[in-house]
Design a protein around this ligand. Structure first.
Ligand SMILES: O=P(O)(O)OC[C@H]1O[C@H](OP(=O)(O)OP(=O)(O)O)[C@H](O)[C@@H]1O
Ligand SMILES: Nc1nc2[nH]cnc2c(=O)[nH]1
Length: 184
């Protein structure tokens, strides 16, 4: 459901800014360097997980200083809620990833069910290696079994976040800074 403009603005005005633009860009710089050092000779397919991964990918991909192919997939389980439900695959990857190195880029690893399903899918398609890069790893002990990211920009406290690709009821994906909703 669409939010009224004053309400959308109030959400941002009242939110706690946890990481400002400069901190996010510094984290992306470090991720880019780490990924370039590790993956430069791997000729990967780098997948953006829509919608949330869009802003992170837009900043991260230019920081990957090596040859790669890029594509996207869309899997979602939060919709406009603040807790996750069943995973809905809206767009599955279409490339032949057999024998390839695959890199999954997303905004956040929270409970990990989204990434668990994506990793499983890529492995079943025959990917030789699946790496995961997320800007945010949320700190709590509710992670899905065995799911972890290979490249993490920052660890963030266990609150409901928005900004840098993450939405609050469909809004505010379009900030670079990362916020927590007041009271959540
Ligand atoms: O680790 P998890 O608890 O599974 O949550 C992480 C996922 O949740 C968000 O996507 P969302 O379901 O909101 O879809 P969207 O990106 O299309 O909004 C985010 O972009 C991750 O893909
Ligand atoms: N917007 C948003 N999406 C999420 N998906 C998983 N965790 C979060 C979160 O904290 N905020």
């Amino acid at each position: 459901m669409t939010m009224e403009l004053p309400e959308a603005r109030t959400i941002l005005d009242n939110a706690d800014c946890l990481h400002d633009e400069a901190e996010v860009l510094a984290a992306l710089d470090a991720m880019g360097q780490e990924m370039t050092a590790k993956l430069a000779d791997s000729n990967p397919i780098v997948y953006t997980v829509l919608n949330g991964g869009l802003i992170v990918s837009g900043h991260l991909l230019p920081r990957l200083r090596f040859p790669l192919e890029m594509s996207y997939m869309h899997a979602t389980r939060y919709r406009h809620e603040t807790s996750g439900g069943e995973l809905d695959w809206k767009v599955k990857p279409r490339e032949d990833m057999k024998g390839r190195t695959v890199v999954i880029v997303d905004d956040i690893l929270d409970e990990g069910h989204t990434l668990a399903a994506i990793i499983d899918y890529c492995q079943k398609q025959g990917a030789a290696h699946v790496y995961v890069a997320v800007l945010i790893d949320k700190k709590h002990d509710r992670k899905a079994d065995g799911v972890q990211a290979d490249f993490v920009g920052m660890e963030v406290e266990d609150r409901f976040l928005f900004g840098c690709g993450m939405d609050y009821q469909g809004y505010w994906r379009n900030t670079l800074a990362i916020y927590a909703v007041k009271g959540l």
